[in-house]
Design a protein around this ligand. Structure first.
Ligand code: PHE
Length: 348
């Protein structure tokens, strides 16, 4: 028969057992064995009903007190063990009390973001995106675009040349624009054509706030029956509206590129001075920032590609991605984009 002494003996015994439990698993085993649903003290409490009434009360109180005492001891022991474990860990080279290291979040480069935006606008208008070589033959970069060896227009596109020459194919250079892909694409495809060509271009020139020796362009080419200047205008207008919103002013004025006739350029009003500062370094006091050249594909180029220029017409445009990014984000110096300064880049 259980008596109060027996409860006390059990209490002493289990206290000793608890002191010997050295890790979390041992503690859990102890808890189940002693305090659990079929544990030792629970069994005593459950059996109270079968006891003689004179014993019941005293035994019940003793058992309940023992149970509460053991629960307190268990909590105390758990705390002790946790502290010991922490101390052991921090004694080593690992300081687990240090706050975690934040993982810096990456992001897309502002030029990549702008490029994707441009491609998305044209994709929605039905243009496919294709790419061409950055190392180009001078034939595609110049001659086939109606810029012969001695043409002064070559000065506009001074570039980096390679010493080696693949036999008979002509000289190699770093392309100065994405326009060579107009020729490459028309060589291999029949109208209707609607493509955009993103890619890096290179120019041998002094850098300043709006010029870099490497930049990205997106070429646009559409060739089909009945394509007119109105299509060119509408497409560029839509592109500018999508990229800059309706707040900025857009100017289309005539210009010259040997591979289009007529030729135009599209400019947006200067975000830095709004056209008010004659000493502005961004627009050089001119109010307008040119963001693309464009025009109707020259009939000689259509003919050279084997198209009947009486039947087919087309428009082409080439835009500078950095210029567009400058305008969109209000960046005053193009050189920021490629200096890899995270203080600049992480703002986008
Ligand atoms: N390739 C020209 C440039 O880089 C831009 C252009 C493209 C102009 C297509 C007309 C038509 O300056």
């Amino acid at each position: 028969m259980s008596s109060v002494e027996e409860v006390e003996a059990a209490l002493a015994e289990e206290r000793a057992a608890l002191a010997g439990a050295g890790d979390e698993r041992a503690l859990e085993e102890w808890r189940t064995r002693v305090l659990g649903r079929s544990g030792r003290l629970t069994a005593i409490l459950r059996s109270l009903g079968e006891r003689p009434p004179e014993l019941r009360r005293e035994l019940g109180r003793a058992a309940n007190q023992a149970k509460a005492a053991l629960e307190r001891d268990l909590a105390e022991r758990q705390r002790e063990l946790a502290e010991r474990e922490l101390a052991a860990l921090s004694a080593g080279s690992l300081d687990v009390t240090l706050p975690g290291r934040p993982r810096p979040r990456g992001g897309l480069h502002p030029i990549t973001q702008t490029l994707r935006e441009i491609l998305a606008v044209f994709s929605e208008m039905g243009f496919a995106s294709v790419e061409g070589p950055e190392v180009e033959l001078d034939r595609y970069n110049f001659d086939r675009l109606r810029i012969p060896e001695d043409h002064p227009a070559r000065d506009m596109w001074d570039t980096f040349w390679f010493d080696e020459e693949p036999s008979g194919a002509g000289r190699l250079l770093l392309r100065t624009h994405t326009s060579p892909m107009q020729i490459r694409y028309m060589e291999r495809h029949e109208p209707p054509i609607r493509i955009v060509v993103p890619g890096r271009c290179y120019r041998y020139e002094a850098t300043d706030a709006t010029h870099e020796w490497m930049m990205q362009q997106v070429e646009v080419l559409a060739v089909d029956e009945g394509i007119s200047m109105a299509d060119l205008k509408g497409t560029l207008w839509e592109c500018a509206r999508r990229l800059f919103g309706s707040g900025r002013q857009v100017l289309l004025r005539n210009s010259y590129f040997p591979f289009v006739e007529p030729g135009v350029e599209l400019a947006v009003d200067c975000f830095a001075c709004d056209g008010t500062d004659p000493a502005c370094t961004v627009c050089r006091g001119s109010r307008w920032l040119e963001i693309m050249g464009a025009g109707m594909v020259h009939p000689e180029i259509l003919e050279a590609s084997g198209y009947d220029s009486g039947r087919y017409t087309g428009f082409a445009a080439g835009m500078g991605v950095e210029r567009i990014a400058m305008l969109r984000y209000g960046v005053e110096d193009i050189r920021h984009f490629y200096q890899n300064d995270l203080r600049f880049l992480s703002q986008f």
